[in-house]
Write a protein that binds this ligand. Structure first.
Ligand SMILES: C[S@@+](CC[C@H](N)C(=O)[O-])C[C@H]1O[C@@H](n2cnc3c(N)ncnc32)[C@H](O)[C@@H]1O
Length: 213
């Protein structure tokens, strides 16, 4: 599916190749924090959770017994890994969260929780980021939350395609991270402004920021 964007920034389309990225790497400490946080909330079962940036599917592994997990990623190899669980309920789709493809991706499905530990890290510009956030809010059920971490808020990266070689995978395509735009450091002040703009209740603890619809 061709990606369309609200802004005029240039974007890579990674959908046409089997790019490796985070499928075999260790989960980030941000995501471990989010799982601990969600488990501590003693939520009702069978919540619909959207995981943005599935990586090695750690969220699925930790939460699938109690909840229904869907995910998006820009790495086809991460999608391939997600299929190894052979769980029809675990749907991971290719989607650039900054594009307008997110709108119709899950038809009319809404989510109780959206997890994105790198909410702004990879944004091209504020226009696209705000548009993405609006789409996240639209995808939430009333009473649902967007959850992110303070650690991930300070993480800014650019992702570029690279042809690479090693003895295990031989010649392969991968997504490589480079230092990103410092404007993508997501501050608490910015989070507060967003919560006002979208009439969300913001909750902060020492590790987590969440937005309640
Ligand atoms: C550094 S990895 C982290 C993986 C996992 N969330 C974790 O914390 O262990 C970044 C993840 O974000 C996803 N990602 C990066 N930019 C994205 C975008 N524009 N749209 C959707 N997913 C994106 C990547 O596909 C990858 O799954």
């Amino acid at each position: 599916m061709k990606n369309n964007y609200i802004c005029n920034c240039s974007h890579y389309d990674f959908s046409n190749k089997e790019y490796k990225y985070w499928e075999n790497r260790n989960v980030t400490s941000d995501e471990i924090i989010i799982v601990k946080y969600i488990k501590s909330l003693n939520l009702r079962s069978n919540l619909n959770i959207l995981h943005v940036g599935v990586g090695n599917s750690y969220i699925y592994e930790q939460l699938n017994k109690s909840h229904i997990i869907s995910g998006i990623t820009i790495s086809n190899q991460e999608i391939k890994k997600s299929k190894k669980y052979r769980d029809k309920k675990y749907e991971v789709l290719y989607c650039d969260k900054l594009s307008n493809n997110l709108n119709n991706l899950f038809q009319n499905k809404k989510f109780d929780i959206i997890i994105d530990n790198n909410l702004k890290s990879y944004s091209c510009c504020n226009k696209a980021f705000n548009y993405m956030f609006q789409n996240f809010v639209n995808l939430l059920n009333i009473g649902g939350s967007i959850i992110t971490t303070r650690l991930g808020m300070n993480w800014v990266k650019k992702i570029k395609p690279k042809l690479s070689f090693n003895f295990k995978d031989l010649l392969h395509y991968k997504l490589k991270e480079f230092e990103g735009d410092k404007n993508n450091i997501f501050t608490v002040h910015e989070a507060e402004m967003l919560s006002k703009k979208f009439s969300l209740k913001i909750n902060k603890n020492e590790n987590i920021i969440s937005f309640l619809k």
